[in-house]
Design a protein around this ligand. Sequence first.
Ligand code: NAD
Ligand code: UDP
Ligand code: UDP
Length: 362
Amino acid sequence: AGAGHSSSSFRESSVGGKVPLGLRRRALRVLVTGGAGFVGSHLVDRLVERGDSVIVVDNFFTGRKGNVAHHLQNPRFEVIRHDVVEPILLEVDQIYHLACPASPVHYKYNPIKTIISLLIDDWWLRFNWLLRWHKTNVVGTLNMLGLAKRIGARFLLTSTSEVYGDPLQHPQVETYWGNVNPIGVRSCYDEGKRTAETLTMDYHRGANLEVRIARIFNTYGPRMCIDDGRVVSNFVAQALRKEPLTVYGDGKQTRSFQYVSDLVEGLMKLMEGEHIGPFNLGNPGEFTMLELAKVVQDTIDSEARIEFRPNTADDPHKRKPDISRAKELLGWEPKVPLHEGLPLMVTDFRKRIFGDQEESTQ
Ligand code: NAD
Ligand code: UDP
Ligand code: UDP
């Protein structure tokens, strides 16, 4: 697709900006683990568009085949059902390692009785979920690093702002080591990703592996899991279904919400650039949950009611990325503000919830 010739003397670079035609990069073989998920599938779209051969490895635990179904006829695209906890042999130039189930604590107060929310009430099943979670972050990341080492591929880890825990520094800069409870209910997420970062740097230092680390802040957009319990998907689905918006705690805790296309551009710039990171990739626009609820009301239904619920333990009080490093070294900054990105997600959710004829924004 996108690797074809252009009639002008410049072509649009896949990661933004213009590239002189003579310097056109060769098509790469790229592995995206977790490529059938929310972020992964948008990344796959961009990689396929620029002409790369893309392999998705996904066990469809929280992802959907439908997210990448539109590429299945493309001979340069392949999807493999595989759990990264098991070793795998592949030959690629770059690995974007996204595979990771969403955090289990999120399902705790999910009012929709999905199978998952039922599972989470059962401690034995919850324990099994946590084990799977840890295995994916630790053993899965180890396997993908081992694969990258064997074939000499460049490896990008999608870490998270959760590594900062309940931060004592605001906004969070990459040099901040974080404030994480190692034995709390959400430590599986924080500590799992922290271990993944450690493994990544160990392979870089010990095996000379080319690595990149992105610390992703809360991201939203089309194809997000509808009932995964994250705040943006919850509020949007609730407003569309005429249910009350569930605000946890007093609603004064803050988050910074990034539209998915901005994230994907940041990930690709990071992979193609010279710098290891870690880099914060997020939108510095900071909102309390009550302010977010107001944006959702303004976008979907001004009559939507708010209902307060108890908050989860160890919930970070505030979160906002300092993105100076990414601005300076990657030439990246987010472009889509919440009031522009949210309607794009709403269109997609409306279509998936009601199955109406509305045009997809994807
Ligand atoms: P997602 O759940 O939509 O995607 C993750 C994908 O990984 C899914 O397709 C899932 O089926 C797959 N997967 C899970 N375990 C696997 C395993 N063991 N083997 C193979 N595949 C497996 O989540 P997302 O929001 O797209 O997140 C992508 C990455 O970005 C994750 O690593 C996540 O931790 C990170 N991240 C996301 C956000 C966000 O706000 N979306 C914030 C911080 C970090
Ligand atoms: N691995 C993999 N695919 C490969 C190479 C390695 O899945 O092509 C896995 C391997 O099974 C191991 C992990 O990556 O569990 C770490 O590999 P490495 O070679 O670094 O360590 P070792 O196998 O020597 O313990
Ligand atoms: N939250 C909320 N209502 C919901 C879901 C979440 O008020 O229906 C709050 C949650 O307590 C947290 C914030 O929204 O303070 C962000 O939660 P999310 O799970 O989306 O992301 P994370 O906590 O991982 O940043």
